[in-house]
Structure formats: structure tokens, C-alpha cells
Unconditional design. Structure first.
Length: 568
């Protein structure tokens, strides 16, 4: 689409622009729906997007309740998260291409219906095995639904208008990412009808049903090319490549990164290379048209999306773990800590779409990335100042980070898909989503590994810091000095072992406070529990400060990559 075409296509109102003269090119953009109907259609599309995001994050908060409710093991809980991510990442590119072939409206409806039905069954699951299978199917249905969201935005809005739509998408992303733990906490603790954790799945059912019928009434259908067929060989290769890469990433840390995890990732890269060769040799109906990468905005946008989204999602994972385990926030309090980010994203997203991006172009996006970097440094300063950080101390950096995300995400998605032809929109959306998901998975794997490694590394010095106070407190409650010295040594061994384990919340065998106290009495047990938490806080504090450098570097690389984007 030419620049002149894009300029004439976009208006600031939800009405169709004046009729074009007879010489108008055949690909002139004409929105299929306008006005209030288009706004309602966007709301329906974003509802599906939010349902998927919530189910990625909402389960993390409810895992302890699920474990108790159906006697799930640690491995089961891990697969409830990993199975969803694996199915989602594996299906994205295929689903995007199917949107091109059979129509995005039809695929969106299939995705919403399937997601709603699997949510109902998940809420009724009676065994860990049932829930794992249903979570896998949920992830697959989410992958059917999500690529169509980007394509539908392209169908509904002219290029100049898409900034506002992507601003709304950015707000939905922030709510689904940051609000998921809060929603999960509220639903689980409310225990409506005695359903407990089941409500995190069952709440999708009425919303999904309403979204399905609204989508049938409001959404337009895309044009389909006759004769297009799904590239089965390409679909098999890309699915295998993604699974070989994502599976070891979501399982590696729990198993201590054995050799097979690296072998699988290398095999995944080899299979991915075979997929690229296959796509180059295929002349009809390729799964991923390699011509997409001739568009500078698309290829450079993928790089920035990969770095940006991976840094954002990994930051939220780590900060949530830090405030809940390292500081001791309740689930609800941890959810409330992210509210300033939730508020800032739509506010700055709206300003970005309406004023900043039209006036400044990619400079506005770059200012957003600079704000994200500034917020990470502010978090470092706040967290380094005290192990017991408060919600009020997190308020300003949370708002600045949300403002940066609001300024970055809408124009970034607009840049990535701006030049993609309409008939390739589904494939492009699938590639963008798969790139996003793999970026998030890589970011979480790298950031999570760094965070827990730093916790283990800092455990010894943290116990040494509290050791003198521990022995003094033990003597103060009547423990003999010699015995206090022995207890202090056992305390050091147990705390360092616990903080170096895969789950730093569980004490090793023989390391409960009563055993460590070794007959020192109830007051000695209280002292040990208090100092254990203090040592854990210090170790988590130092690990969090160190891990924030990962976010700083990722956002800085995204900033450098943004110079590859067109100026406007």
C-alpha cells in the first residue's frame, strides 16, 4: 500500500472518508464497519485477547489452592503452566495462516467457542491428569483466537487509525498481565459457592458465551484466496521446532538444565532451519510468506517486539515472586502493587495514539523505552534501600514503567504490521505472536534462571549478615553460648540449602525451625523463624537488584533496535 493511500485512508473519526475518485487504486482501504459498531467490534476482539492473557497469569496465583484441591504434585503444577504455554506457542503460526485461508472471523469464533468449552471442563476437572490435558487444549484454543485479534484490527482500522486500536490493545495487555494475579486472588479467596480455584476457569464461561454471540453479530469477515491450502509439511516442521525450543525452556530450571535441554534446543534450531528452506522452495500457499521480511517495518519490528515483550513479562514474573516470597506480601497486596502500571498504560497509550506518535514518530516509542529503563533504575534504588519495601515505595516506578509501556506498545505493533498486505495479515499476525511468545518464554527462562541463581549466590552472605543477631537473640532467650553457636551453624547450612533449591520456600528435610533449635525451647524456635525470614529477605533483595539489570539491558537493546524502524 502506498504512502498516499495510507494518508487518505486514515481519519480521526469513526466514519468512512469521502468517496475516492475513479482513479483510486483497487487496494484503497475502506473499513467494513464504522462508528459505534466498529468500537463494539474492537471491544469484542479485545475481550478474547484478555481472556487468553488472564488464563496465562491467573493460574499462577491459584496453584497452591489447586494443589490442595485435587492433590496435585509439584510436577503437575508446573505442567498446568507449561502445558498452556507449549500448546499456545506451537499453534500460533498455523492458526494465523488458517485465518488467511478460512477467514479470521470464523477462526476467532472457533477459538472463542473452544476456549470457553475447555474452560468449563477445566473448572469441572476431578484429577490432575484431566486438568493438565484441558490446560493444553485451552492453550491451543487461545492460539486459534489470538492471531486473529491483530488481523481484525487491520481489517477494522485504516493504517493512520490503528494507533488508537493498538493503544486499547496495550491497555488490554497490561490488564491481562498485571491484573491477572489480582483477579486470580479475588476469585480464589472469594470462594463463590464453595468453588474456590475452579472459579478462575468457570468465570470464562459466561464471558466467552457473550463474546461468541457478539462476535457473530459484529465482526467482519476477511477476503479469502480461492485455492489456498495449508502447508502441512511446513506446519509440521514449525510445530516441531517451536516445541523443541519451548519445552526445555519451560522445564530446564526445574531439572537443573541437564544436557538433554540443550540438545533439544539445538535440534529445534536445526528443524527451524529446515522449515525456512522448505518455505523458500514453496511457491504456492507458504505457511509464512518470506516476502513479509522484505518490509523493513515488519522485520525490524519483530526484533524490538521480541526484546520488549520478553523484558516486560519476565520483569512482572520476577517482581511478583519477589514481593510475595521475598517481602511477604499477601496475594491481594501483591496484585494491588501493580495497579499504578495498569493505570499508566492506557493513559499514555491514548496520548501516544492521539498526539505523541503522530507528532514525534518513532521518537515517541524511544522515549517510552527510556522511561522503562528509568523505571528499572528506580526499582533498583528503592529495593536496594530496604529489604521490606512498601507498596508506596513501588508506586512511582510502577507508574513510570507503565507510562513507558503505554508509549511503546501501540506504535510498536503499528510499525510491525503497517506495511503488511491485507491478504497476508493472518500469517503476519501469527509470526508476530509466535515471535512474541518465544521472546517471552526466552525472557522468563533467562530472567528466572538469573534471579534464582542470584538468590542462591547471595544466601551465604545473607545468613552471615544475620548470624551475629541470631546468636545474640538466642542467648537473650536463655540458650547457652556454646549451643547458640551450634544452632547458628545449622541455621546457616539449612538456610543456604533452602535458598539454593528449585523451590526456595520449602525447607530441606531436617531443617524445620524446631529441629534447628535442637531443644532450645519455643522462644528459640521463634528467633530462628524470624531470622530465617530476614536472611531470605536480604537474599531476595540483592537478587532482585541484580536481576533488574537483565531488564535494563533488554530494554536498551530494544531501544537500539528501534533505530531500524522507519522514522514515521
Amino acid at each position: 500500500m502506498s504512502d498516499d493511500t495510507r494518508t487518505s485512508a486514515g481519519a480521526d473519526t469513526d466514519t468512512v472518508s469521502a468517496p475516492a475518485p475513479a482513479a483510486t487504486p483497487p487496494d484503497e482501504f475502506v473499513p467494513p464497519v464504522t462508528g459505534r459498531k466498529r468500537t463494539l467490534a474492537l471491544i469484542v476482539v479485545l475481550t478474547g485477547f484478555v481472556l487468553d492473557l488472564l488464563d496465562i497469569t491467573i493460574v499462577n496465583v491459584a496453584l497452591p489452592s489447586i494443589r490442595d484441591g485435587i492433590n496435585a504434585t509439584a510436577s503437575t503444577m508446573q505442567w498446568l503452566v507449561a502445558g498452556y504455554a507449549l500448546a499456545f506457542a506451537s499453534m500460533l503460526i498455523i492458526s494465523g495462516r488458517l485465518g488467511d485461508i478460512v477467514g479470521v472471523r470464523r477462526m476467532f469464533l472457533i477459538g472463542v467457542a473452544g476456549f470457553t468449552f475447555t474452560s468449563l471442563l477445566a473448572g469441572m476437572a476431578q484429577s490432575p491428569e484431566q486438568l493438565i490435558v484441558l490446560r493444553f487444549l485451552q492453550g491451543a484454543m487461545g492460539a486459534v483466537m489470538v492471531p486473529q485479534v491483530y488481523t481484525l484490527i487491520q481489517l477494522l482500522y485504516a493504517p493512520k487509525e490503528r494507533g488508537r486500536a493498538f493503544a486499547a490493545l496495550s491497555a488490554a495487555l497490561a490488564f491481562g498481565t498485571v491484573g491477572g494475579p489480582l483477579v486470580g486472588a479475588l476469585l480464589t479467596t472469594a470462594n463463590v459457592g464453595g468453588l474456590g480455584w475452579r472459579m478462575i476457569f468457570l468465570v470464562n464461561v459466561p464471558i466467552g458465551i457473550a463474546a461468541f454471540f457478539a462476535a457473530r453479530a459484529l465482526l467482519p469477515e476477511s477476503e479469502r484466496k480461492r485455492g489456498d491450502r495449508l502447508d502441512v509439511v511446513g506446519a509440521t516442521l514449525i510445530t516441531a521446532a517451536v516445541m523443541l525450543i519451548v519445552f526445555p525452556l519451560v522445564q530446564g530450571r526445574e531439572h537443573g538444565w541437564p544436557l538433554w535441554t540443550y540438545a533439544m534446543m539445538v535440534a529445534g534450531l536445526v528443524v527451524f532451519a529446515l522449515f525456512v528452506l522448505h518455505q523458500r522452495s514453496r511457491t504456492e500457499s507458504p505457511l509464512v510468506p518470506l516476502s513479509l521480511f522484505r518490509h523493513r517495518s515488519f522485520s525490524s519490528g519483530l526484533v524490538v517486539v521480541f526484546l520488549f515483550q520478553g523484558a516486560v513479562m519476565s520483569f512482572f514474573l520476577v517482581i511478583t515472586i519477589y514481593v510475595q516470597i521475598g517481602v511477604g506480601y499477601s496475594i491481594l497486596r501483591a496484585g494491588l502493587a501493580g495497579l499504578p502500571w495498569d493505570i499508566a498504560v492506557p493513559l499514555l497509550g491514548w496520548l501516544s495514539a492521539r498526539w505523541i506518535t503522530p507528532k514525534l514518530g518513532r521518537v515517541g516509542l524511544q522515549i517510552g523505552l527510556l522511561l522503562l529503563i528509568a523505571s528499572m533504575f528506580w526499582f533498583m534504588w528503592v529495593i536496594d534501600s530496604t529489604p521490606q519495601v512498601t507498596i508506596w515505595q513501588l508506586l512511582v516506578p510502577m507508574f513510570i514503567g507503565g507510562a513507558g509501556m503505554g508509549m511503546t506498545f501501540p506504535p510498536l505493533m503499528g510499525y510491525s504490521l503497517h506495511d503488511v498486505p491485507g491478504h497476508q495479515a493472518g500469517s503476519a499476525s501469527g509470526v508476530v505472536n509466535a515471535n512474541y511468545q518465544i521472546g517471552v518464554t526466552l525472557g522468563i527462562a533467562a530472567c528466572g534462571t538469573l534471579f534464582f541463581s542470584l538468590i542462591a549466590t547471595n544466601a551465604a552472605t545473607a545468613t552471615d549478615d544475620v548470624g551475629p543477631r541470631l546468636r545474640a537473640d538466642l542467648v537473650a532467650v536463655g540458650v547457652a553460648e556454646g549451643q547458640a553457636e551450634q544452632i547458628g551453624q545449622r541455621f546457616r547450612d539449612c538456610v543456604t540449602t533452602q535458598l539454593g533449591a528449585a523451590d526456595p520456600t520449602l525447607p530441606p528435610a531436617g531443617c524445620d525451625s524446631a529441629t534447628v533449635a535442637a531443644g532450645g525451647g519455643d522462644r528459640a524456635v521463634e528467633v530462628i523463624e524470624q531470622r530465617s525470614f530476614e536472611a531470605s529477605q536480604i537474599s531476595f533483595q540483592r537478587a532482585m537488584v541484580g536481576t533488574l539489570w537483565f531488564s535494563v539491558i533488554s530494554f536498551a537493546l530494544a531501544l537500539l533496535g528501534s533505530f531500524l524502524l522507519p522514522r514515521r
